[in-house]
Design a protein around this ligand. Structure first.
Ligand SMILES: NC(=O)c1ccc[n+]([C@@H]2O[C@H](COP(=O)([O-])OP(=O)(O)OC[C@H]3O[C@@H](n4cnc5c(N)ncnc54)[C@H](O)[C@@H]3O)[C@@H](O)[C@H]2O)c1
Length: 322
């Protein structure tokens, strides 16, 4: 299949990720079907789409008219058969268990045409394991987005053991057409690229708090005002190049051995989860959240991300973020 032949797309699962990814496809001109097993999730998805669009309109990224036209390209259904009728590109964003994904991929294969690309947004399950139930695993590949998917540019494109080069190239090209920045993950390793980096940082952050070196507030301040501030522009390897590899090598030779290398989540972290301190959704995590503050916090986050992206684009001119 050629990129231009992809017109119709379906998101399987209309939760946090399915609705945001669907919005990106609709904004890029694709016909989008959001499928979910729960009708109330579809209603919620439409509200999330409208809320995201409100931020984009407020920040001048899209016009009211373009937003309405994008919304009109989105259909909602609880019928899998209807969702897959005439579809060329499927992106699965159902719950993260192999059992659910296996059941779905069997159904997807039986209901889609032979050519339909079957992509999964799994956070870290093996693409090869997901595709193992398919008769044609070569058309199954990973397409891992970052939350909030309508605002974060990165999309990881992952090759499963049997993913064909053609499938991989198509998923990569679709991501580019959506205005995203695709990165190819050539080996199906747990966590792919982004989550390996993210969890390496989280492990050290937890270690610094547990050993009393930094408070949670100071971990986050260090990241936002120091490392993270720089990372939106310079990756860790570019940073090392600019700082001097000899300098970074000397620091690595005494510091690596002191960094946390625990193999399981530390006790203090497990305790928070056991106590039901799950973060903003339960009102308490590392921090306390007032009832009803969630929407406002997410709206401010989204407005910040939109402006950060606009700033990066303004600095880059007609070049692309790489
Ligand atoms: N939330 C994130 O930050 C994030 C980031 C990247 C990837 N992911 C991955 O994306 C996928 C979806 O995550 P999410 O955060 O959107 O979850 P979510 O819980 O918000 O949404 C999942 C949706 O799938 C629906 N669902 C349940 N069973 C289904 C079935 N059999 N068929 C179709 N839909 C079904 C649920 O009703 C729900 O609406 C997961 O694999 C997750 O690991 C999540």
């Amino acid at each position: 299949m050629r990129l231009e032949e992809i017109k119709r797309t379906t998101m399987i699962g209309a939760g946090t990720m399915g609705s945001g990814m669907g919005l990106c496809f609709a904004q890029a001109g694709y016909e989008v079907t959001l499928y979910d097993v729960k009708p109330e999730q579809l209603e919620g998805a439409l509200n999330r789409v409208k809320n995201s669009q409100a931020v984009l309109i407020e920040e001048g990224v899209v016009s009211e008219r373009a937003a309405r036209e994008a919304r009109e390209r989105i259909r909602l259904t609880t019928s899998l058969k209807e969702a897959l009728d005439g579809v060329q590109f499927v992106l699965e964003a159902a719950p993260e268990t192999l059992e659910i994904k296996h059941k779905l991929f069997r159904e997807l294969e039986s209901l889609c045409s032979e050519e339909t690309i079957l992509a999964t947004n799994t956070s870290g399950l093996s693409i090869s394991a997901i595709a193992s139930v398919c008769r044609r695993p070569e058309r199954v590949g990973g397409m891992h987005w970052v939350n909030p998917p309508e605002l974060v540019p990165l999309v990881e494109v992952i090759k499963g053991e049997k993913t064909s080069e053609e499938t991989l190239a198509l998923i990569y090209a679709v991501a580019g057409k959506l205005g995203k920045v695709p990165v190819l993950i050539r080996k199906d390793v747990p966590g792919f690229g982004l989550n390996r980096l993210q969890f390496a940082v989280l492990r050290e952050a937890l270690h610094l708090v547990e050993t009393g070196v930094l408070t949670p507030e100071d971990v986050d301040r260090t990241m936002k005002c120091g490392l993270g501030f720089r990372y939106s522009w310079l990756g860790p390897l570019e940073t090392a190049d600019l700082g001097g590899l000899d300098v970074f090598h000397s620091v690595a030779s005494y510091l690596f051995k002191d960094l946390s290398d625990v193999k399981t989540p530390p006790e203090s972290f497990s305790r928070l989860v056991a106590e039901g301190r799950l973060g903003i959704k339960s009102g308490r995590g590392f921090y306390e959240y007032e009832a009803g503050s969630r929407e406002e916090i997410l709206r401010r986050r989204d407005a910040y991300f939109v402006r950060q992206w606009q700033l990066i684009q303004a600095v880059l001119g007609d070049k692309k973020l790489s």
